[in-house]
Ligand binder design. Structure first.
Ligand SMILES: CC/C=C\C/C=C\C[C@@H](O)/C=C/C=C/C=C\[C@@H](O)CCCC(=O)O
Ligand code: ZN
Length: 618
């Protein structure tokens, strides 16, 4: 499964592959570290095997054993984003097909890039500290020494406990796995050990941990929603369609193999809309506004097949995870709503792709569907491209091959064939040609090099029925002279759904308006009062781009009161590009960076050209 190379990993996965991890964690909130032990069950792939390399990042390793015997180890040279290779020499030699249990005792750093430690004051409840992880893409190595490449899949078992203080009695632990009971710690009966079991083989980037004062509500026969008490009822209400979506996804893609499907709503600094951690999707609280959660939860559910069951072999093939997941997410939307709704969402995705291409530059190789990630940090490469160019390719193929039902047949078959494995684009393409063996002539006419290895926008058209009202209103604003402005009233947007309002604002962001127009838009539509974050985010970007000074404070407020990178980074960049407020953007970032997620603060710092080692720039 793990042959080939991965530019993001130092680990020796062509010599050996991890089959199982047994983790023991002790969470120390006072010192902000995990004291841990991991036992890796490793299958040897070659004869005369006596050494292996694991990925680590900022870990303090204290001991390594192999089958219980002391093993020697050395740390290699630290790489800026790949971390430090841990080179282990076994006290014996093994042959191909044998297994060895390598146990590493270690401690994480308070700055571990996978972890965000929140003080009690940074939580909604204000009484208990909180810890959460985000391992995708290459951050698992900062909490577990492992073969941190998506080409290796293993099961895992974990036991977790935390330092007991009188204020921490209500703290619960969860991992991306099935709960396997809890019991008093035999070494300290005031502590509880929580146990978890993940029997489905999965890549390291899907290991996840959360520790905090959490409550839950049942939302379906295999689903609970977890969050701090302050959000839990709202979350249960917003995610009430989860079981319907799971069933729809199963009809499309096959059985759900992960047992439980729970959702965890995190504190506002969580950097993404959602993260598909198996058994426990992590979600931003910005979804807790009606109509916003549907596509994100459909997306995370879809990852249970595309991404978690069939996984990209390296991050260069990330579009296989995300393109297929967006395709499946929109097929769920098609089943639950309509084909027009799917087409409308596809058009919205097209704008997101355009936005990413504009941000990177239309000639930037990071806008290739399959980018070269040698010496490129995946976090720097992340954008809508793998999602939306990936979807656009699949949609294009769907049209060529005979429509959604026919193409979904291929996607389902691809999932069944590659389930529990990791794949490359080449393997995907070979299977496409095998599945559609009667239509190879048509497939040969596709300009594969343009789709896969050429930067910029691809050529695709969608059904615009639901977007026509948005396109017409956008045109009206773009063409309007100062004299025409009096003709705009609240009734223009009365019949638009929130999805259509998002589309309207996305269209306007492609053709920004004069300040007078934006001010009139506020007067007529009162968009400042809307709290739906997808709408607010686009509206505030539009205002700042039109140089409306009053909007700067609102944009910076939204950029800092939540930390979803999809919103935070473009809002900061927008204010930064408004010359007069550039310093204000940098100052606000400097004030908030200590409380931001480590990845968000790192990437926003790069966007604003703030030297990470200095407290101020400019
Ligand atoms: C070609 C891109 C190369 C590598 C990307 C791989 C990982 C990127 C890394 O930065 C982690 C991404 C994690 C994403 C998690 C969830 C997203 O689906 C959220 C999308 C944005 C949002 O809705 O907030
Ligand atoms: Zn995704």
């Amino acid at each position: 499964m793990a042959s080939g190379s991965d530019p993001g990993s130092f680990s020796s996965f062509s010599k050996c592959v991890t089959k199982h991890l047994n983790l023991s964690y002790h969470v120390d909130f006072e010192r902000r570290v995990l004291k841990a032990k991991v036992a890796l069950t490793v299958e040897v792939l070659e004869d005369h095997f006596s050494s292996l390399t694991l990925d680590t990042r900022d870990l303090k390793i204290s001991a390594v054993t192999a089958n219980g015997q002391e093993a020697t180890f050395a740390m290699g040279t630290k790489h800026s984003f790949k971390g430090t290779p841990l080179e282990i020499t076994l006290p014996f030699s093994l042959s191909r097909g044998q297994h060895v249990i390598v146990e590493v005792s270690y401690e994480t750093a308070p700055t571990a890039s996978a972890l965000q430690w929140l003080t009690a004051e940074q939580t909604a409840g204000k009484t208990h500290p909180y810890l959460f992880s985000q391992c995708q893409a290459n951050h698992c190595r900062s909490m577990v020494p492992c073969q941190d490449t998506p080409s290796v899949k293993h099961t895992y078992y974990a036991q977790v406990t935390h330092t007991h203080t009188h204020t921490h009695t209500h703290i619960l632990h969860f991992l991306s796995a099935v709960r396997d009971g809890q019991e008093p710690d035999p070494q300290d009966s005031s502590r509880i050990i929580y146990r978890f079991r993940q029997p489905v083989p999965m890549p390291s980037y899907l290991i996840a941990i959360v520790v905090g004062a959490l409550e839950s509500r049942e939302i379906g026969p295999r689903s609970r929603v977890w969050s701090e008490r302050e959000y839990v009822d709202k979350a249960a209400f917003e995610f009430s369609e989860t079981e319907t979506m799971l069933k729809t996804a199963e009809e499309l893609a096959g059985p759900y193999v992960w047992g439980q499907y729970d959702i965890l709503v995190l504190p506002p600094s969580f950097p993404y809309g959602g993260m598909e951690n198996p058994c426990l999707t992590f979600a931003t609280p910005t979804l807790l506004v009606r109509t916003q959660q549907v596509s994100v939860i459909a997306h995370e559910i879809s990852h249970s097949w595309t991404g978690n069951l069939v996984t990209n072999k390296t991050w260069e093939h990330f579009w296989l995870n995300e393109g297929h997941t967006v395709y499946l997410e929109r097929m769920i939307g098609r089943s639950m709503e309509s084909e027009q709704y799917r087409q409308f969402k596809a058009m919205g995705g097209w704008k997101d792709l355009q936005d990413s291409v504009n941000t990177f530059g239309a000639k930037n190789p990071l806008t290739n569907l399959v980018p070269n990630l040698h010496e490129v940090d995946p976090d720097d490469a992340f954008s809508s491209v793998p999602y939306e160019k990936g979807f656009a390719l699949l949609y294009h193929l769907e049209e060529l091959m005979g429509g959604p039902e026919v193409f979904m047949g291929f996607v389902k078959s691809y999932i069944q064939l590659f389930a529990y494995n990791s794949v490359t684009t080449e393997e995907w393409k070979n299977y496409l040609f095998t599945y559609f063996k009667d239509k190879v002539d048509i497939l040969n006419k596709v300009d594969w090099n343009a789709w896969m290895h050429t930067p910029g926008m691809p050529p695709v058209k969608y059904d615009t029925t639901l977007a026509d009202a948005c396109i017409a209103l956008c045109k009206k604003w773009v063409m309007a002279t100062e004299q025409d402005l009096g003709g705009f009233t609240e009734s223009d947007v009365k019949t638009l759904s929130s999805h259509q309002l998002i589309e309207f604002l996305s269209l306007l962001l492609q053709e920004p308006l004069p300040l007078s127009h934006v001010m009139k838009m506020q007067e007529a539509y009162n968009l400042n009062s809307i709290m739906n974050s997808e709408i607010r985010f686009r509206w505030l970007r539009l205002c700042v781009r039109s140089k409306w000074e009053d909007a700067v404070a609102l944009a910076l407020k939204m950029a800092t009161e939540q930390g979803r990178m999809k919103f935070t980074r473009p809002l900061f960049r927008e204010v930064y590009n408004f010359e007069k407020y550039r310093e204000e953007a940098v100052r606000t970032f400097q004030t908030h960076r200590a409380a931001m997620h480590p990845v968000t603060s790192g990437l926003t710092g790069k966007d604003l050209k703030v030297d990470p080692s200095q407290s101020t720039s400019l």
